[in-house]
Design a protein around this ligand. Sequence first.
Ligand SMILES: [Zn+2]
Length: 279
Amino acid sequence: MNSGAKNSRHTVCICGNTSFRTVFNYDAPPAGEVAFQFSRDKAYQRQVVCCDVCGHFLSLHDMDEGNLYGDDYVTANYRDQQGIKEAFDRINSLPPEKSDNLGRAERVLAFAENYFAKDRFVQCKPTILDVGSGLCVFLYRMQQRGWTGTAIDVDPRQIEHARSIGVAAVQGSFTEIAEADSYDAVAFNKVLEHFRDPVAMLAHSRKFLEPGGFTYVELPDGEIAQHDGPSREEFFIDHHHVFSAASLAILASRADYVLHSFERLREPSGKYTLRGFLT
Ligand SMILES: [Zn+2]
């Protein structure tokens, strides 16, 4: 540890390494970061550090993010039920070249087309579980393309919204829900980086996967984003983890998956993103 970061002394990377270099120091929220109540309660002090071994990034701070995803997050992003509906309508009507969600759906569909045996879906539709489904623009698209989608989200407003657009939805925390259904695909679209233990979260998804299914993960790409400086959204406070190509592979392996393939891209929204297909 060579950064002097006061709270990184006992920090362990997902690769197991414990030495980091400091990449960014923050003493105020970067422009565009959601102004959470917890990050206004006391002096804002935060560091982003990078693992010396695998290039993974961790965001370190002592602020208590508490009930971030239950309430603050949705309220800050979408205001209320009507705000959720308006955001869905706006994003859902974007042209394909401007839509991260359409690009994601087309990519998952193309992978599935090649990956699954031709006779797998003769008598049934393929099914997909989207963990942390948010506005459901992705699942809505998948359903338009012949899949059956199920959404999981912690926020009851997002669940109500999902059902209102014809998507089956389960409210709760993914690692605590009792549902035992299994799916041909499980998706984590910009979800795992929000959790302290993304390995446990990802490993849990294996219980929901049909034999021969796959899991799709989308993660912020810190390896590329770091070159654009500390104000990049990939490094905002709601991301505990920001990934490298190597740390994506380690994440998959530690969750008992095989990383079938991955790619990095800059999305229409400008986000730097890693996409992985896990089997
Ligand atoms: Zn590492």
